[in-house]
Design a protein around this ligand. Structure first.
Ligand code: GDG
Length: 500
């Protein structure tokens, strides 16, 4: 039998809780619902404390196969960062697509591997994967909801696959749900699930959270299936969005194209609220001060040889405005010759949606532009941009935050942007400057940031220069006020408000 070892990010996986189940079919991975519920909210951070079924596009773990050994590895991304601790604490059930790794999940089940909470993988027929995920999710909804209308494609076969995938997830959620459970559905991949659950007679409380923006109804109206999606969302009791602007847009969309009151079967309209997602501020701040992280910070600073570091971190996605950022860096180096050889732009890009043509093309454009700027300005001992295209362990990422004199976030549109919040938490009131796109949800909360418009290369370059020259006292004051905000508005606060 294959042996499974823990992934590096998986050290917290509980020992001794048996896994078993049918990854491809009916029975859950943690057989018998046997994961003990350990609902012990900290006294100062009262939190949700009930039985919870989470539905998200993907499971919070993926499987890495390496010559007969399989490693369960926790996924990287905002959604998992926010929900994993809660799922662990309350012993939730997490329903999600198995990412096509159906056979691997079946082997994990046979290997009776332990995970800290129950995982319920949903297998989708291979013919649905591309039109569902690459197609409707990432070729239609992602661009449309981020207001990139020109990038959105509208295809009936994609929507049909999306409906089929949502049906499969809803069916699994229904089987996993017991009376009294709260169901929490996440993000744009599963907009139809609340409505499908109601059609199937599920009466549990359903909360929905959209992690990405909701566009103005003028844009949303282009979607041929706008009424179907709103009818799906209308099955939820509560809908959380990242920012007040998205709330206004969704309310308008409901009043323009939403289902009539009679179609809700006597249920009240969903309560739509802005509930900005956040981070585990205290845990991250503590971890960032640990000995391991401090040692790594020294190594990063040594390799920068005293030069200020301007850091950017993101999935390699066009919505993050990476090309716009590179244009601003180029402009800065053109007009501020004194900065040549004196500043280091460090770009950490996590691979995402690889194999999707739009993303592969974007990656090539980024590669070319980094190469061109480095070719143009490098000196024997210095290159302006250091570019890492891979995912790093959390401690390493925290060390980069600690070492960075500024973080530069250039999203063209972003639901929230957790990197901005993580940087503030990792600095914990020490200096540093947050340069933040005004189009990220985080800009509505983090008032100590220098706001930029990423379409304005000259303005962005000017803001970077200002950050590099900012007096230490002003840096500390700005960071301290944002840190205080995040202490009060942590991920625990978000969970409580979403599930209230
Ligand atoms: C979506 C919305 C919204 C990144 N690189 C590494 C790594 N990360 C982690 C960060 C952060 C997360 O990934 C990225 O979250 P963001 O919020 O910045 O962006 P999206 O992935 O686009 O997330 C976004 C979010 O959902 C939550 O609602 O804020 O607007 O688009 O947590 O730390 N983590 C590790 N290594 C890396 O190399 N360990």
């Amino acid at each position: 039998m294959t042996r499974f070892r823990e992934g590096v990010d998986d050290a917290a996986a509980g020992a001794g809780r048996a896994l078993g189940g049918d990854a491809a079919g009916d029975s859950p991975v943690a057989r018998g619902g046997a994961v003990a519920r350990r609902c012990l909210p900290r006294r100062d951070e009262p939190e949700f404390c009930g039985r919870l079924v989470i539905a998200a596009n993907r499971l919070p773990y993926g499987i890495e196969e390496d010559g007969g050994r399989a490693t369960l590895r926790r996924a990287v991304g905002g959604l998992v960062s926010a929900l994993h601790p809660l799922a662990e604490r309350v012993g939730a059930t997490w329903v999600g697509w198995d990412g096509g790794q159906t056979a691997s999940w079946a082997r994990v089940r046979r290997g009776r591997r332990a995970t800290p909470y129950r995982l319920a993988p949903v297998a989708l027929p291979p013919r649905l994967r591309e039109p569902y995920y690459d197609g409707f999710c990432n070729g239609t909804l992602w661009p449309l909801l981020h207001s990139f209308l020109g990038r959105a494609e509208f295809r009936q076969d994609w929507f049909d696959a999306y409906l089929a995938a949502n049906r499969a997830v809803a069916a699994r959620v229904r089987r996993e749900t017991r009376p009294g459970d709260v169901i929490w559905v996440h993000d744009y991949h599963l907009l139809l699930v609340p409505g499908l659950l109601r059609q199937a007679g599920v009466s549990s409380r359903i909360a929905f959270f959209l992690h990405i923006p909701f566009p103005a109804p003028d844009l949303f109206r282009h979607l041929p299936w706008r009424a179907e999606l709103l009818a799906g969302l209308a099955g939820a009791d509560a809908i959380g969005l990242q920012a007040p602007e998205h709330v206004r847009h969704l309310r308008d969309a409901f009043s323009w194209f939403g289902p009539a009151a009679g179609a809700r079967g006597g249920r009240a309209a969903p309560d739509i609220r802005a509930v900005p997602i956040s981070i585990d501020t205290r845990r991250l701040a503590g971890r960032a001060r640990s000995r391991e992280v401090r040692q790594r910070v020294e190594a990063i600073r040594a390799s920068a040889r005293g030069r200020p570091i301007v850091l950017s971190v993101e999935r390699l996605d066009y919505s993050k405005g990476i090309l716009e950022r590179l244009r601003a860096i180029e402009h800065l180096l053109e007009v501020r010759r004194d900065l040549r050889g004196r500043v280091w732009f460090l770009q950490l890009s996590v691979p995402t949606r690889t194999g999707v043509p739009t993303y592969d093309r974007y990656r090539r454009e980024v590669d070319e532009m980094v190469g061109r700027i480095n070719g143009r300005f490098s000196r024997p001992e210095w290159a302006p941009i250091r570019y890492l295209f891979r995912s790093l362990p959390e401690d390493e990422l925290l060390a980069y935050y600690r070492a960075a004199d500024a973080v530069l976030i250039t999203s063209l549109k972003d639901g929230m942007n957790l990197v901005a919040k993580e940087y503030v938490a990792a600095r914990a009131g020490a200096g540093g400057v947050l340069l933040l796109s005004e189009f990220a949800g985080a800009a509505g909360e983090l008032r100590g940031a220098l706001l930029i418009n990423p379409h304005d290369a000259r303005g962005t370059a000017g803001a970077v220069a200002r950050a590099l020259d900012m007096p230490a006292l002003e840096q500390r004051q700005r960071m301290a006020s944002m840190y205080r905000h995040l202490q009060r508005h942590s991920v625990h606060h978000w969970v409580r408000r979403c599930l209230a």
